[in-house]
Design a protein around this ligand. Structure first.
Ligand SMILES: Nc1ncnc2c1ncn2[C@@H]1O[C@H](COP(=O)(O)OP(=O)(O)OP(=O)(O)O)[C@@H](O)[C@H]1O
Length: 480
């Protein structure tokens, strides 16, 4: 390009704040004099500047180097700054691009912004003006990086860390949770049984400003229709025979906090208008009451049903559905995110070790591959339960595909008669381990009682626990 005119600011360079940043800027400018001047000015502010003369050269640089910012002229010898913009943005992976145009081509500049440029300059511009915009872009980048690193540490240590999985669908779910949780709006969580809807509602609540308020969970499928209104909204004294005193319902108990309406698809049609009022106006009325009561409650609804189908069947109100689904999260079934299975298996085996004292040292590749291809109709809950069952019954500290199949109640492929199956010592050991596990489970970890059941002395049992690497304490309140 030809330098048109540069209006020099009195002090030649922009802001008075000293930039200590060593961030790299890629400058694409074919005019040697103009390029040199920009480099000098930016380097005076401690930016590192890599100058190139064409869009093609700029693209080549981006393939090997990362930059904090790209400054490009529009009029270049080969590809123009606007033509190359989509590629710059793609290769730059989030790096902002500032476009420099001639004053006469403001429309080009606007097109560049539409295409994704961060900002543009119409020449002539002052170096002060350029400096301010560069500084602002760098600040924006720094803040974005801060947000990313905060998000990363929150995801690895905060409530989000309880959600295991790195597949694209679960990553999308996590982003939705992070967006929705702080909004204090009604949320709807959908997904098959066992996909983690309750886990997600716990996480939303923990990430919201209501984390210290009450959290009331209502299973709509478990309440008979005639008790529903009373359960949710409470009653006044004398509302019905036996109502000897006034009593608040779940909504009032959740004041200042959150209410989870689980299995919302099973909520009786007769209650739905009252729920709609609670959602829209944050008001309820007790049974037998004559005045509305304000309830500051965040509602989270969850269901494994297709509410659109329930609407067609005329058992779910459309207006309520649209109010609930303002912020919705759909949990895909486990079979559609099998990449998450190895991580889930690892996490559940750790939990089994801590809670049951059963240590599984290894999962065979066949067992993992079987689990990754199985359809898991009961989703994550089924995977967790099957692993627990398999770990309890496994004859050794290595979990095999047969162990998983047995826990699933599948017929195992007939095993070849190997030396192993005839090894009496090994078979006795396996049988002994399983009997001890059952006895500990039945007595909830009481060693004296377990020893009695097994016909052993407590000292004998203690020695066998050590031999099998089992911890009786972890059997408290557990049953097989
Ligand atoms: N992504 C996950 N990471 C870790 N644990 C999970 C995940 N998803 C689900 N779980 C675990 O699986 C079990 C079932 O999850 P949850 O109860 O939240 O499912 P749900 O969808 O509410 O089931 P339902 O519809 O039957 O009530 C819980 O123990 C939960 O902690």
């Amino acid at each position: 390009m030809r330098v048109q005119a540069i209006v020099f600011a009195p002090c030649c360079m922009y802001s008075s704040s000293v930039t200590t940043s060593q961030e790299n800027i890629l400058l694409i400018e074919d005019d040697a004099a103009f390029r040199g001047m920009l480099i000098e000015a930016l380097e005076a502010k401690s930016y590192k500047v890599t100058g190139v003369v064409s869009a093609e050269e700029g693209l080549a640089k981006l393939k090997t180097q990362r930059f904090a910012l790209i400054l490009t002229d529009v009029k270049l010898p080969g590809l123009s700054g606007v033509d190359v913009l989509p590629q710059l943005l793609k290769l730059g992976q989030g790096t902002d691009v500032i476009v420099m145009t001639a004053f006469s081509s403001k429309e080009t500049a606007l097109r560049a912004v539409q295409l994704g440029a961060y900002d543009f300059f119409s020449k002539p511009f002052s170096l002060k003006e350029l400096g301010i915009v560069v500084h602002r872009a760098m600040e924006k980048r720094r803040l974005q990086q801060e947000v990313l690193s905060l998000r990363h540490s929150l995801r690895s240590t905060g409530p989000i860390s309880k959600i295991i999985g790195h597949s694209a669908p679960i990553t999308e779910v996590i982003s939705r949770i992070e967006k929705i949780a702080p909004l204090d709006t009604t949320a709807l969580i959908t997904g098959e049984s066992g996909t983690g809807k309750e886990l997600i509602s716990d996480t939303i609540r923990e990430l919201s400003s209501r984390q210290n308020g009450p959290f009331i969970k209502v299973n709509c499928a478990a309440i008979p229709e005639h008790l529903f209104e009373n359960e949710l909204f409470g009653h006044e004294k004398g509302a019905f025979t036996g109502a000897t005193s006034s009593q608040p319902g779940k909504f009032e108990l959740a004041r200042g906090g959150t209410i989870l309406l689980d299995e919302i698809g099973d909520m009786p049609l007769s209650i739905q208008p009252k729920l709609l009022r609670a959602v829209e106006q944050k008001q309820i009325e007790r049974l037998g009451g004559s005045r509305p009561i304000d309830v500051d409650v965040r509602i989270i609804a969850a269901t494994n049903q297709h509410l659109e189908e329930r609407i067609k069947e005329k058992v779910f109100r459309e207006d309520l559905y649209y109010r609930l689904k303002v912020a919705s999260i759909h949990l895909p079934p486990l079979r559609n995110r099998s990449e998450d299975i190895p991580l889930l298996v690892e996490s559940f085996l750790q939990r089994i070790h801590h809670e049951l004292g059963i240590y599984i040292r290894k999962v065979t590749p066949e067992a993992m591959s079987f689990m990754c291809t199985y359809t898991w109709p009961g989703n994550v809950r089924q995977l967790a339960n099957i692993l627990e069952g398999a770990a309890i019954s496994a004859p050794s500290e290595t979990l095999t595909a047969d162990d998983i199949r047995k826990a699933l109640g599948h017929k195992t492929p007939s095993t070849k008669s190997t030396g192993d199956t005839l090894n009496l010592k090994k078979a006795v050991n396996t049988f002994e381990r399983q009997l001890i596990l059952k006895a500990l489970s039945r007595t909830q970890g009481n060693q004296t009682e377990a020893a009695g059941l097994l016909g052993l002395t407590p000292k004998n049992l203690w020695a066998k626990l050590k031999k099998h690497n089992l911890d009786s304490k972890t059997f408290k309140r557990r049953t097989i």
